[in-house]
Design a protein around this ligand. Structure first.
Ligand SMILES: Nc1ncnc2c1ncn2[C@@H]1O[C@H](COP(=O)(O)OP(=O)(O)OP(=O)(O)O)[C@@H](O)[C@H]1O
Ligand SMILES: [Mg+2]
Length: 358
């Protein structure tokens, strides 16, 4: 260890800072030590510079530091442990768009992510949270999620008392979690009206059942994801279950970010990182086929779209030794309407076929 500092009490060299050493070996608090040795630095010069550069500071007992996330300087927590903090995914591909979302989360802007299925919207929110170590509560606002799930409900407890149990929203607001609401374009309109209150900056939530006024914790964040922007589905792909969202509701979101499929090289890099035993050329050919099929979908030549999720599912099968055609059939073709099968089969034949026929 090169960056060391000598303790004036016992002459032992310790790494970076004297503080833990003073507490554990000499049972002296830094404040007392400073009075006795006013000239003695507490940290090595290098470590002091690191603390300054990364703006390390203690807030509510937790160390915070600056961290670059997708090009956005964010405040990350150090060494915190919570079951709702997502695991970092080292294969996650950060694109330019991720920066906008990171900035929104850092600066407490309400952010709405929309884009086709499987483009990594939900994963992006979780990966940002994993980097900065913030807990995420995730809720799918499909038509099944009721106001009672969201706000809370009355129940009888073990002492036979009727009590109100707070739902997902007030809990996340009070505990300071990121609330990630997926599929907001399919939510019940009543849930949308409740959200309207808290879309305002520092908006409070009034629990009408109990009269309690819930004010948001400084760390509370709100993120929505959806396949459509709430103007309905142009392609018809997401028409089932999605609703047209109220304009004044949409207008209250501070930031809207469109997330699309990864560029060809990035998507190939993702497949390779997740399935390193597969040949790079094969993965690139699969991604090119997917890219052509997405263009065909945009030109209305195909009713469905080939998602990153489908490619990853195929790769998992191929990695286990499956035959390519069989993997394509079970992971893709069997899911799509008959009229799409021919186009998808031909596109894969065009890009991937020559690799097997050679
Ligand atoms: N940029 C990326 N880096 C790493 N993995 C990605 C990326 N984009 C998508 N994926 C992978 O693709 C799959 C689908 O991602 P995810 O569920 O986040 O998509 P989504 O946009 O939320 O989809 P939906 O609209 O259907 O909810 C996951 O396995 C995810 O890890
Ligand atoms: Mg999602």
């Amino acid at each position: 260890m090169s960056d060391q500092i000598a303790c004036p009490l016992c002459a032992q060299n310790v790494a970076f800072t004297l503080i833990p050493h003073l507490r554990t070996e000499h049972r002296i608090e830094p404040k007392v030590f400073r009075v006795r040795f006013p000239e003695q630095p507490m940290c090595t010069a290098g470590f002091s510079e690191f603390l300054r550069d990364h703006q390390v500071r203690r807030h509510n007992g937790i160390l915070h530091h600056r961290l670059d996330v997708a090009g956005c300087p964010m405040t990350a927590r150090y060494g915190v442990d919570h079951p709702l903090i997502p695991e970092p995914d080292p294969t996650f591909v950060w694109t330019d768009r991720c920066r906008d979302v990171a900035e929104a989360i850092e600066h407490n802007e309400r952010v709405f992510l929309y884009g086709p299925s499987g483009t990594g919207k939900s994963s992006l929110v979780r990966q940002i949270a994993a980097m900065v170590k913030r807990p995420v509560r995730r809720v799918s606002l499909n038509g099944e999620t009721s106001v009672a799930d969201f706000i809370g409900h009355w129940t009888v407890n073990g002492n036979k008392e009727t009590v109100f149990v707070k739902g997902i929203l007030p809990q996340a607001m009070q505990e300071g979690f990121i609330l990630q609401m997926d599929e907001v374009d399919a939510m019940q309109p009543e849930v949308g009206f409740i959200l309207q209150q808290i879309l305002e900056p520092h908006g409070h939530l009034l629990l009408t059942d109990t009269g309690e006024d819930i004010s948001p914790h400084a760390d509370f964040r709100l993120v929505a994801t959806a396949n459509t922007l709430g103007f309905g589905s142009d392609s018809g792909l997401y028409a089932s279950g999605t609703h047209v969202l109220n304009f004044s509701w949409l207008d209250r979101w501070d930031v809207v970010v469109h997330i699309d499929y990864l560029p060809i090289d990035d998507e190939a890099q993702l497949l390779l990182a997740r399935h390193p035993s597969l040949k790079k050329d094969l993965l690139k050919a699969m991604v090119k086929a997917a890219s052509d099929l997405r263009k065909a979908h945009a030109n209305e030549e195909l009713t469905t779209v080939l998602t990153t999720r489908r490619l990853l599912a195929m790769c998992a099968r191929l990695e286990r030794g499956s035959d390519f055609r069989r993997a394509l059939a079970v992971c893709v073709l069997n899911k799509v309407p008959p009229e799409d099968r021919k186009v998808i089969g031909e596109t894969f034949d065009h890009h991937v076929g020559p690799m097997f026929n050679a």
